[in-house]
Design a protein around this ligand. Structure first.
Ligand code: HEC
Length: 399
């Protein structure tokens, strides 16, 4: 544990500084000689013939700009993924880092997919988010380098078999397969995918979030609903809510209510799920997106309520364990820690809502008044240690 902390410090504090220095040197190095020919052997290639560890006899050239993806990789990623991308870094992880050499990308091997994983990390694993560390251009050059470590990409038309998210969010409707043994399938469901790489699986006869996934979106074979087969979501599970069979999402005056789907709408990078709570005239607009706080990664759900009668509304948090309060951050988010599924630590941040308990379930009670917006942030952490609460309470939230 201590080792990991030390290594993390190296990774997040020292490595970016080093990387920047090297990057700056390489930039400066090229500037005086703009017509210098570009030796093509220095550019990242699909065949990685380097077997020497970096820092050995091999001289790492710093004179060419295209190499920066590689240098940033060596400084920030190699400790876990190995200098050659084999997944054998110096850090010993409970959950091993991915080998890029064999091309096994469960989150997609396209440039945008790799860039998204670099930005948002993988919640619940040691893979940190680098949104605040790198500019988009740096993420692109690292992604190019990561891609070059793998086998050549066979170009096939992904749209022929998969529905993918590119520049705008998408939503598909159809039957959802059961998410667990003894659980029913849902004849009416939707899967909403944002441009941040997260997708959200809801049953909609009574709107309830069932699962949050990351990576691919939906397999195409049946998304038009004509084949009679359920939708096949492609992303990897980040969080299965209540083992796939959650209770009602909302409570009004302390009683669980049915939520009726009114429609879906696009809002910049996400899909908004519009709902109406039975017998109460309360309208809800719900949306979700990826979030990172420092290196911690997860997702945020926001809820806008139109609540003309000003009734008491609660949102079921579906927490697994008993929440312990961590504190309030500078933006007024109050943070709680629970032991989540799979032994992960789950952090829950509440904005404009207060934690309450009812029949053993944790409920976020919406602060009074009409048209309130509530945010519930979930971070999933593989290796929690108490110093992280400082990151949490001091760091700026980036979306
Ligand atoms: C602290 C260790 C650690 C560091 C540092 C780290 N990673 Fe990872 N990374 C992991 C682990 C572990 C996984 C696999 C997570 C899982 O799915 O179980 C992973 C997964 C990934 C994936 C997803 C592969 C897939 O399956 O699609 C990509 C891409 C990736 N890392 C890129 C990077 C890049 C680029 C950097 C540096 C900017 C980096 N990582 C730094 C630990 C790390």
């Amino acid at each position: 544990m201590k080792e990991i902390v030390v290594s993390l410090v190296c990774t997040f504090v020292l490595a970016p500084v080093l990387a920047f220095a090297i990057f700056a040197v390489s930039w400066w190095g090229t500037a005086p000689d703009p017509i210098m020919p570009q030796p093509s052997h220095l550019a990242p290639r699909n065949t990685n013939t380097t077997t020497d560890p970096p820092g050995g006899n091999q001289v790492i050239s710093t004179s060419m700009r295209p190499v920066s993806g590689r240098l940033l990789f060596l400084a920030n990623c190699a400790s876990c993924h190995g200098a050659d991308g084999s997944g054998k870094g110096d850090l010993v992880l409970d959950r091993p880092a991915r080998s890029f050499k064999d091309g096994g990308f469960s989150f997609g091997n396209t440039l945008p997919a790799i860039e998204r994983v670099i930005a948002s990390g993988i919640p619940g694993t040691p893979m940190p988010g680098f949104k605040q560390t790198f500019t988009p251009a740096q993420r692109r050059s690292i992604a190019r380098y990561v891609q070059s470590l793998g086998p050549p990409i066979i170009k096939s038309d992904p749209d022929a078999t998969q529905m993918v998210i590119t520049d705008r969010p998408r939503v598909v409707r159809g039957e959802l397969a059961s998410l667990g043994a003894d659980l029913p399938s849902h004849p009416r469901g939707i899967i909403a995918g944002g441009t941040d790489g997260l997708s959200w699986e809801y049953r909609v006869d009574d709107v309830r979030l069932l699962a949050v996934r990351q990576g691919g979106f939906v397999q195409l074979r049946n998304w038009d609903g004509r084949s009679g087969e359920p939708l096949l979501p492609q992303g990897r599970l980040v969080r299965l809510i209540d083992d796939g069979g959650p209770d009602a999402s909302f409570l009004v005056d302390g009683r669980p209510v049915r939520s009726v789907l009114k429609g879906t709408a696009f809002e910049s990078d996400t899909i908004v799920i519009e709902q109406l709570l039975d017998d109460s005239d309360i309208a809800v607009e719900e949306a979700g997106r990826a979030i990172t706080i420092g290196p911690l990664s997860g997702y945020a759900r926001s809820f806008r309520f139109g609540n003309p009668k000003n009734l008491k509304v609660g949102i079921n948090l579906h927490l697994v364990g008993e929440p312990k309060e961590i504190g309030r951050d500078s933006k007024g988010v109050v943070w709680y820690r629970t032991l989540g599924p799979d032994g992960l630590v789950e952090l829950t941040g509440l904005r404009n809502a207060a934690l309450d308990e009812q029949d053993g379930s944790s409920i976020a009670v919406v602060a009074g008044g009409t048209d309130q917006e509530v945010e519930i942030v979930t971070l999933l952490i593989a290796d929690w240690d108490d110093s992280m609460s400082r990151t949490l309470l001091e760091d700026e939230v980036s979306t």
